[in-house]
Design a protein around this ligand. Structure first.
Ligand SMILES: O=C(O)CCC(=O)C(=O)O
Ligand SMILES: [Fe+2]
Length: 284
């Protein structure tokens, strides 16, 4: 059930009827998961500028990775290669599987933080905004090993796979914990939307990628993402109903997404100019 570095939960019981005790146990484990362990940024469709490649010429790039983004097959945003006929079919299958997985994990998260039944599924009900990102990291050199700097994902849930090279790390109790690649398991990151909805009960994982020496590293992230016109705020069932003050002001998801993209397209001279979810935090 537990691997040495992060919480691993077997969710197979949710694919069958019954097994109520196992389901209850899994929910309990997830509810009590340390804040930072249970995690892209969603470069979006034609109106977003960053579907792939290097964000900047590699020599000017802190994050030494290149990537490409595949959008939801029904969004009409993908240009499929002509010489790989199976590409489209496989993409459709992957999105289908991840939609199922996303729904399942979302249901569990919903129940764990006591939201009205099906609240999250009904709220996050437009799958056209999901994306799959394939990343390739250059080997570390003498002048640096940053693959992806410390960040939190802006979206709802992220499913990550890394190859055996490893390099993903998550911040826990002020230390960076390497996530050991484990066959057959998916890394699930809760994103900023969940952190806000749950009024900080669930934290969006702070994670980064460190590039190993002498090897390219490959990973995939599936970003389960909210439609841009959705209003994001701490759930009233968590704040008003039980008298806890809201820790965030509300915002449209697309506004936050635009600010996050700006982080990538504009060079920042000061780290404090980089926008995180704390941009919406109420600090009184
Ligand atoms: O490459 C990885 O393992 C992590 C990627 C990631 O965190 C992201 O794209 O947001
Ligand atoms: Fe990430």
């Amino acid at each position: 059930m537990v691997n040495t570095s992060i919480l691993t939960v077997d969710l197979s019981c949710f694919f069958n009827e019954g097994h109520e005790d196992d389901k209850k146990k899994a929910r309990e484990i997830i509810s009590h998961a340390p804040m930072h362990v249970l995690n892209m940024d969603s470069f979006r469709l034609s109106h977003l500028p960053l579907p792939g490649g290097f964000d900047r010429p590699p020599e000017q790039l802190a994050n030494k990775n290149e990537y490409f983004t595949i959008f939801h097959p029904e969004s009409g945003s993908n240009l499929y290669p002509n010489d790989l006929p199976e590409f489209r079919e496989v993409t459709e299958q992957i999105f289908h599987q991840f939609t199922e997985t996303g729904l399942l994990v979302e249901t569990i998260v919903n129940d764990c933080f006591g939201l009205p039944p099906k609240f999250l599924q009904e709220y996050n009900n437009d799958r056209n905004w999901d994306s799959l990102v394939a990343l390739r990291y250059l080997p570390a050199t003498d002048i640096g090993n940053t693959g992806l700097g410390a960040h939190q994902d802006a979206n709802v849930l992220t499913f990550l796979f890394q190859d055996q090279v490893g390099g993903l790390e998550v911040l826990k109790d002020r230390g960076w914990i390497p996530i050991v690649p484990t066959e057959g398991s998916i890394i699930v990151n809760l994103g900023d939307v969940v952190q806000v909805l749950s009024n900080n009960k669930f934290k969006s994982a702070i994670h980064r990628v460190v590039r190993p020496e002498g090897k390219f590293r490959h990973s995939y992230g599936f970003f389960y993402t909210l439609e841009g016109n959705k209003w994001v705020e701490p759930s009233p069932s968590i704040t008003e109903d039980i008298g806890v003050p809201a820790q965030y002001r509300g915002f449209f998801y697309k506004d936050y997404q635009q600010l996050r993209i700006r982080n990538k397209t504009h060079l920042h001279s000061r780290p404090e100019d980089v926008i995180h979810i704390t941009h919406y935090a109420i600090t009184s």
